[in-house]
Design a protein around this ligand. Structure first.
Ligand SMILES: *[C@@H]1O[C@H](CO)[C@@H](O)[C@H](O)[C@H]1NC(C)=O
Ligand SMILES: *[C@@H]1O[C@H](CO)[C@@H](O)[C@H](O)[C@H]1NC(C)=O
Ligand SMILES: *[C@@H]1O[C@H](CO)[C@@H](O)[C@H](O)[C@H]1NC(C)=O
Ligand SMILES: *[C@@H]1O[C@H](CO)[C@@H](O)[C@H](O)[C@H]1NC(C)=O
Length: 402
């Protein structure tokens, strides 16, 4: 019993200590005074901001929120300013929270929470409103641009705190000029970025992207795109269908031409004049098709491509080879093949000879066995009997052969 009571006492004393500790902790806090606590708030334009003011230790002293213009918004749970966007979230002796919906850039500023102790204690909360940048626009592109020209593209966006503008083609373009201007309302900025570069044919068809990154955009940047169109003089190349044109064979020469605008059609000439023999030499599109070659076709063939920017040409020197001369040229090859054939024949003959000898040797043994019976026999009968024995031998021999 006594033991039990002491245990209970001990229990209470532990509780007491805990309570005391808690009380002293509160006292420490309390001794530093009741004070309001607030936090800065950031919200995207059009969103809802919640302003919270807390007082941990409060002896029923009133709390108030006021806006940057020092107008009272809420006094405890009583609404003071007629603004439908402002509503009460929670009102108690420990907290006064209000919400501001459909936030506009003009709502930005310092809001004050006041605790009406003597003297009044305040806490400031800065409301930051992120303006959403407008879709960027790329200007400065005039079509068409000639190869070698200097191009200046400008990408512009406005309606927010300074946004970040970046340029990309297949990778990021770094060498750009960034410019920012504060707008007349002093709440937004117009930012622009300028890209200067000398264009060449490799830029034709390239998509240049201007990307606007901004904290209000939630990782989905705004983009504008401009596809470049660069005009350039043609470049020409002739590709023959065979590296070794022979008399009597067909030949197709393809004139590969690039250029913008595309040079079409291409012009074929031979030795500075028109193509001879239109029956054998047919031009279709970029191809010159020689149906069958003649030695007289030797010469220089030229393909010329022209577009609005300029002209370019390529040449191909045709040498028609004589098929007979070709046969002569491959003579040594024939000799080589002949040599190989000779060796193969020799080896084959040797093999047959060796195989023949091998078989002949076995046939010899067989004959000897057959003769044995007859040789030893004194008369014909015995010879027959012996021959029977030799049949056994023959069987043995058969097995041998199998
Ligand atoms: C605070 O107000 C409540 C009623 O709203 C009352 O019961 C309580 O005693 C008050 N406390 C102080 C410390 O004034
Ligand atoms: C709140 O915002 C104001 C103004 O931007 C700034 O000076 C202050 O340091 C911020 N306070 C906190 C706690 O972030
Ligand atoms: C090549 O042309 C000449 C003259 O036009 C002609 O006599 C000859 O038969 C032609 N040769 C072949 C292989 O077509
Ligand atoms: C064509 O060129 C080849 C190689 O130079 C030459 O052997 C042949 O005689 C030429 N034929 C004509 C008709 O010029």
């Amino acid at each position: 019993m006594i033991w039990k009571r002491s245990a209970v006492l001990r229990f209470y004393s532990v509780c007491g200590l805990l309570l005391q500790a808690a009380a002293s902790k509160n006292k420490v806090k309390g001794s530093q005074g009741q004070f309001p606590l607030t936090q800065n708030v950031t919200v995207v334009e059009g969103g809802t901001a919640i302003l919270t003011c807390r007082v941990d230790q409060n002896d029923n002293t009133s709390l108030q929120w006021s806006n940057p213009a020092q107008q009272t918004l809420y006094f405890d749970d009583k609404k003071a300013l007629r603004d439908n966007r402002i509503e009460l979230v929670r009102a108690s002796w420990h907290e006064l929270s209000i919400s501001v919906s459909d936030v506009s850039l003009s709502d930005e500023g310092q809001y004050t929470c006041s605790l009406f102790t003597m003297p009044v204690k305040t806490s400031k909360a800065y409301l930051t409103v992120l303006g959403v940048p407008e879709k960027p626009q790329i200007s400065g592109f005039s079509s068409p641009v000639m190869e070698g020209d200097l191009m200046q593209l400008t990408c512009k966006t406005s309606g927010s705190k300074p946004a970040d503008i970046r340029w990309f083609n297949d990778k990021e373009i770094k060498d750009v000029k960034y410019l920012k201007e504060e707008d007349a309302n002093r709440k937004t900025f117009t930012v622009s970025s300028t890209l200067d570069f000398r264009v060449d044919r490799s830029d034709d068809g390239v998509a240049v992207i201007c990307r606007v990154d901004h904290e209000s955009l939630n990782a989905t940047p705004q983009v504008a795109m401009q596809v470049l169109e660069i005009h350039y003089t043609p470049s020409v190349k002739i590709i023959p269908s065979t590296p070794f044109p022979q008399e009597g064979q067909p030949l197709i020469l393809t004139c590969e031409s690039k250029g913008k605008p595309l040079p079409e059609p291409v012009l074929w000439t031979k030795d500075g004049g028109e193509l001879p023999d239109p029956d054998r030499m047919v031009v279709s599109g970029r191809e010159l098709n020689i149906l069958f070659l003649n030695k007289t076709d030797n010469g220089t063939y030229r393909c010329e491509a022209t577009n609005t920017i300029g002209q370019s040409s390529a040449e191909y020197v045709l040498i028609v080879h004589d098929p007979n001369a070709l046969a002569g040229q491959t003579g040594p090859d024939h000799a080589l093949i002949g040599g190989i054939v000779a060796v193969v024949v020799f080896v084959t003959l040797c093999s047959i000879f060796l195989l023949g000898r091998y078989l002949a040797r076995h046939k010899g043994t067989y004959l000897t066995n057959e003769a044995k019976g007859a040789e030893d026999a004194p008369d014909a009968d015995t010879a027959i009997i012996n021959a029977e024995g030799s049949q056994v031998n023959a069987e043995e021999k058969k097995e041998y052969f199998i």
